[in-house]
Design a protein. Sequence first.
Length: 114
Amino acid sequence: MIKQLKPVSVPDNFYCWSHPDMHLVDPRWNDGDERPYSDEEFELLQANAGVNIQIETFDPFDEISEISKIDYSDWSKWKPQPPTPAHFLIGAYDTEDGLVLWWAKEAKTDNVEN
């Protein structure tokens, strides 16, 4: 693990936002390549950050009533809920394939013997 990602305050308008420490843990942070993560890269990201990531996607044709059709980059009224109380937002992106939210929760290291 490089840095344990922890919950941080998310800005009101979190359009195309990333956790402020993502650059420390994401092996693809500066590559500029728009291809999907390989399984190995995604596993490395999670290991580097000490989290398990759950990705939530929204079809590009889904209408989210809190996002204005006039100013699509204003997500300030949208308050998505995490999949569980343990999850926190680490990324929110607008892609060709729709909106994508990255939820993380701290990875448990169970080294306790029973």
